[in-house]
Design a protein around this ligand. Structure first.
Ligand code: ADE
Ligand code: ZN
Ligand code: ZN
Length: 260
């Protein structure tokens, strides 16, 4: 086989393996959550976090946990991006994964941030991971069904292209909408003080159950092979926006409780 063909074949295999679609919420979604959180930080928390992250913004570090997926060294963090458990059970009624999951990941990050003995390096690492995982927690299908990998195995069409239900929720809707993360974060719903307090109420698990409830709705929103387009955007993009906003506001609450 000529050398050029060999490389073409390698490229084809890489593209068919879905290599390029492995960014949860897409980069835009995670950056929106990071940017909104930044807007809700207290002055003190903002200053401390900026120092720990050497001036990098929460939006910038929000995609770190996806970027390290291509590094073998960080392989063990793979299962921390999602949690799958039966829709009719509470988390923990079935034995949680021994490899970790989104719930355990969030708890471990928070524990490291609260530990007085943590070093600056491990604190910075845990902030970056937490920003990402609180984003993932608000993508309904990251609290989906294990058997279809949170909708990754449910093939659908997105406009004229082949896609899957998970990818539609991670990135297709956000990409189609076409706003940058900064535009999206300044164009969120206007909320009263009471609404913000309501959103910040509850535990990580309460927020997980809320996402799972939405996941049930998402699973019946499309049939296998269905062509999703304008009507799907109209019906479901408001949920994407609202979940990103909630994620940002809740991330700020966690960080303010620790650093504020
Ligand atoms: N792989 C298995 N389950 C998944 C989920 N819910 N989200 C993303 N990736 C997964
Ligand atoms: Zn995802
Ligand atoms: Zn992720």
């Amino acid at each position: 086989m000529k050398l050029q063909y060999k490389w073409l074949l390698v490229l084809l295999v890489i593209s068919l393996s879905g290599f390029s679609s492995d960014y949860d919420w897409g980069m835009t979604g995670h950056r929106v959550t990071g940017q909104i959180a930044e807007n809700y930080l207290t002055k003190k928390a903002k200053r401390k976090i900026a120092k720990l992250l050497d001036g990098q913004s929460l939006a910038l570090v929000s995609t770190f946990a996806d970027e390290i997926k291509s590094d073998e060294y960080y392989k063990s963090y793979g299962p921390w991006h999602y949690v799958n458990f039966s829709f009719d059970k509470k988390y923990g009624e079935e034995k949680p994964s021994e490899y970790g999951d989104l719930v355990q990941g969030v708890q471990k990050c928070i524990a490291t941030l609260q530990d007085e003995n943590s070093t600056k390096t491990t604190i910075a690492f845990s902030i970056k991971m937490l920003v990402h995982f609180i984003g993932d927690l608000h993508q309904p299908l990251h609290v989906g069904r294990g058997e279809d990998k949170g909708g990754n195995d449910i093939q659908v069409r997105w406009f004229r292209e082949g896609s899957n239900l998970h990818r539609v929720w991670d990135s297709e809707m956000l990409d189609y909408y076409g706003m940058s993360y900064t535009e999206l974060s300044v164009n969120m719903n206007t909320l009263s003080k009471e609404q913000i307090k309501d959103i910040q109420n509850g535990t990580t698990l309460d927020w997980v159950y809320e996402s799972q409830k939405l996941a049930k709705q998402v699973y019946v929103s499309a049939n296998v092979g269905e062509k999703l387009s304008y009507k799907y955007m109209y019906d479901y993009f408001p949920i994407v926006r609202s979940q990103l906003q909630k994620g940002g506001i809740r991330l700020a609450k966690i960080l303010n409780d620790i650093f504020g």
